[in-house]
Structure formats: structure tokens, C-alpha cells
Ligand binder design. Structure first.
Ligand code: PAF
Length: 288
């Protein structure tokens, strides 16, 4: 097992990275907000496989929370995270303060075109500006060769790719598949906030997506309605959106179009106060 170095200071981190780079070692970054789970660990393992040095950042980024209550209740357990990272053979964990990431207020705005006008961007105004601010700042501080993100946050991945291209940052963005609990619920730091009743019913989200991926030949509007009705029939669940989008540019498919390969179904569901997202690639339901 490697010895995990915990760093919160930029200069100390720069020294560690300069040492690694002087011997030609590649550096991979896994940005997180802590409250780690097996989904994060799969990113760490992809990062270990592709790089000589793996850095995980843990920073609950206030800029990306449009709802103060969501920020307040966001789970955190640093000791447990550090233990998990030790066992996952991570090299460095970067745990900066808000002042370290934002020494002066970050006022940058990004023009993502239509990409952030739908789904998460529509229901969480300002969210992707906050994500772009923190991720670009982490890239600037760490200058990783590669950075690893989960496909569960499908729109976030597209926004980060766009931001990296717009700012011409020399970082390769790597996507890793969603990791699921044994019953199919997508792993999320927010899952620990669910009561046992909510947790049991939240399984319907993954199940509904899986069933939707098996309903070949339906029109987009028909499948959207079926998913909405199925989710909303359950008293624990409240659908925020289910959108069927082009997997590459994330633009919504026309209602009259047939659901086909190359489209992705993206869902956001409120389970009490907890908001969960998930997605399915049509037609690749084995992944669920
Ligand atoms: O996906 C997350 O956990 C966050 O949005 C990220 C990418 C770490 C930025 O804060």
C-alpha cells in the first residue's frame, strides 16, 4: 500500500507535483466533494491505471449549490474518506479551504451555448458556472494530464469537456461508467441522506430506466410520458425531469422521433428533500 499524503496548501502541493514531474511521472486527478463511495473508488482505480500519480481533491464547492439547504446538508466524513483513499492506493489527497480555491471572488461566467439551458442547468441555475469555476481552478492548480469524472453526472461531463476546450486546457477528460448498488440504485454521496423507506423506493429510478431501455420502438413523447407516470405513481418519488437527448451534444430529441441508439435518457427525481439523478444510454441496458 502507498503512503497517502494529505495536503491543503498549494505551495506544498506544487512541490510534490514538481518532484513527480521531474521524473517524468504522469498525474491524474479525481475531483470530488468527499463523502466517498464505490463510484469514486472506481474513478481512483481508472486514474491509477492510467497515471503514475493519482490526486483526489476533496472540496465541497459552495459555488455550485444553488440551494443553501442542499449545501448545508451535504454529507461529509473526512476520516472515512482518507481511509478509503489509503486502501484505494491514492497518492495525494488535496483538501483545500474555500480561501485557497477562491482567494478572490470568482466572477467568471461561461457561455456553454444550449448545453446548460436544459435539465440540471435549467433546474439548478448557476450550478454549472460553479462547477466550471472550481474544476478550471483545480486544473490550474494541479495541471493534471488527465481528469476522471463519472457518467452518472452526464451533463456535467459534457459541460466540463466544453469548458476544457473553451479555455484550451491541456487536460484529457476521462469518463467512467456509473457504479450501482446491487439493487441498481446509482451510487451517490446523497444516498446516505435517504430514510430506509425512501431508499427502498429510490430503487425504482434505476429500474424504470432499465425498463425504458427495453421498450424499443416507442416515440420520444410516449416514453417520456411512461417514465413520468411510472415515477410519479410512487408516493415517495417526485419527477423533476426525464429528458431524452442526443448523447453527443445533449440536445433534446424531437417528441415525434423514435427512441434509438445514440440517445440518452436523463432523469432527476426528488425523494423527499434528496435530489437524485441518473441516466441510461439507449440501447445499452446491460450497463444498468
Ligand atoms: O461531481 C462532483 O462531485 C462535483 O461536481 C465536482 C466535479 C467535484 C466539482 O465540484
Amino acid at each position: 500500500m502507498k503512503k497517502l499524503k494529505t495536503v491543503s496548501d498549494i505551495d506544498e502541493l506544487a512541490d510534490l507535483l514538481a518532484e513527480a514531474r521531474s521524473t517524468g511521472k504522469s498525474v491524474g486527478l479525481v475531483p470530488t466533494m468527499g463523502a466517498l463511495h464505490k463510484g469514486h473508488l472506481s474513478l481512483v482505480s481508472c486514474c491509477n491505471a492510467g497515471n503514475k500519480v493519482t490526486i483526489v481533491s476533496i472540496f465541497v464547492n459552495p459555488e455550485q449549490f444553488n440551494d443553501p439547504e442542499d449545501l448545508e446538508s451535504y454529507p461529509s466524513n473526512l476520516d472515512r474518506d482518507l481511509q478509503m483513499l489509503r486502501e484505494a492506493d491514492c497518492d495525494i489527497v488535496f483538501v483545500p479551504s474555500v480561501k485557497t480555491i477562491y482567494p478572490v471572488p470568482d466572477m467568471r461566467e461561461f457561455d456553454f451555448g444550449p448545453l446548460d439551458k436544459i435539465m440540471e442547468g435549467r433546474f439548478r441555475p448557476g450550478h454549472f458556472t460553479g462547477v466550471a469555476r472550481v474544476v478550471s481552478r483545480l486544473f490550474e492548480i494541479i495541471k493534471p494530464d488527465r481528469a476522471y469524472f463519472g457518467e452518472k453526472d452526464f451533463q456535467q461531463l459534457a459541460v466540463i469537456r466544453k469548458m476544457t476546450g473553451m479555455l484550451q486546457l491541456p487536460v484529457e477528460i476521462k469518463a467512467c461508467p456509473t457504479v450501482r448498488e446491487s439493487d441498481g440504485l446509482a451510487m451517490s454521496s446523497r444516498n446516505v441522506l435517504l430514510s430506509s423507506g425512501q431508499r427502498k423506493n429510490a430503487v425504482l429510478i434505476g429500474q424504470t430506466l432499465r425498463a425504458a431501455a427495453q421498450k424499443k420502438g416507442m416515440a420520444v413523447w410516449e416514453l417520456k410520458k411512461w417514465v413520468a407516470d411510472t415515477i410519479n405513481e410512487n408516493p415517495f418519488l417526485d419527477l423533476e425531469y426525464f429528458e431524452i437527448v442526443d448523447s453527443k451534444d445533449l440536445q433534446p430529441a424531437a417528441d415525434g422521433e423514435r427512441v434509438k441508439q445514440g440517445l440518452t435518457g436523463c432523469i432527476a427525481v426528488r425523494v423527499g428533500n434528496v435530489r437524485l439523478i441518473d441516466n441510461v444510454f439507449f440501447y445499452n441496458f446491460e450497463a444498468l
